[in-house]
Ligand binder design. Structure first.
Ligand code: COA
Length: 144
């Protein structure tokens, strides 16, 4: 059974989210460890997806303005990809902020994943933590 929980900086949900981020971004994608933890963690709401009580996926949400939320650190543990968990997590985050626009910086390989969820890419590719990204936006008026 899939369950989505939310937490804040310093609690046990955050710890589980950060453990997933470490496995995916630092160990799998070679993001420098000092870049993985940043100041946004303290202001963010942290989403954790569990399957039968096992933490398997995470994302975090931070308000940029009252009607704009930035999602980041979207990660599903490798053995659990391709089962709809990333989509379920994103949908839970969208539903938590009704009537809100969303923004994120997408790794290029993940563009089709976000496009299916209503995001559109804007501008040229840029480097973030050594990985090519594009800025994406999802307007609430065009949400599915
Ligand atoms: N490229 C193209 N399509 C993709 C995709 C990708 N990298 N990842 C998922 N999709 C598609 C799936 O095929 C699926 O479509 P389908 O139902 O027609 O098969 C749909 O998007 C939903 O996929 P889902 O199973 O919910 O995705 P996931 O649980 O595998 O999570 C990521 C997707 C990107 C979050 C996951 O691959 C991941 O954690 N990758 C490593 C970390 C990362 O790169 N995060 C993104 C940072 S911007």
């Amino acid at each position: 059974m899939i369950e989505i929980r939310t937490g804040i900086f310093g609690d046990e949900i955050f710890a589980a989210c950060f453990a997933i981020r470490w496995t995916v971004f630092v160990e799998e994608q070679n993001v420098p460890a000092h870049e993985e933890r940043d100041a946004e963690d303290q202001a963010a709401v942290h989403f954790l997806a569990l399957i039968d009580d096992t933490p398997v996926a995470t994302a975090r949400a931070t308000h940029r303005s009252p009607h704009l939320v930035k999602l980041s650190r979207v990660a599903v543990l490798k053995p659990f990809r391709g089962q709809g968990l990333g989509e379920a997590l994103m949908t839970a985050a969208h539903n938590a902020y009704p009537g809100t626009d969303f923004t994120l910086n997408a790794q290029l390989h993940a563009l089709p994943f976000y496009q299916r969820l209503g995001y559109q890419a804007e501008g040229a590719a840029f480097d973030e933590a050594g990985i090519a990204h594009r800025h994406m936006v999802r307007l609430s008026s065009s949400s599915r």
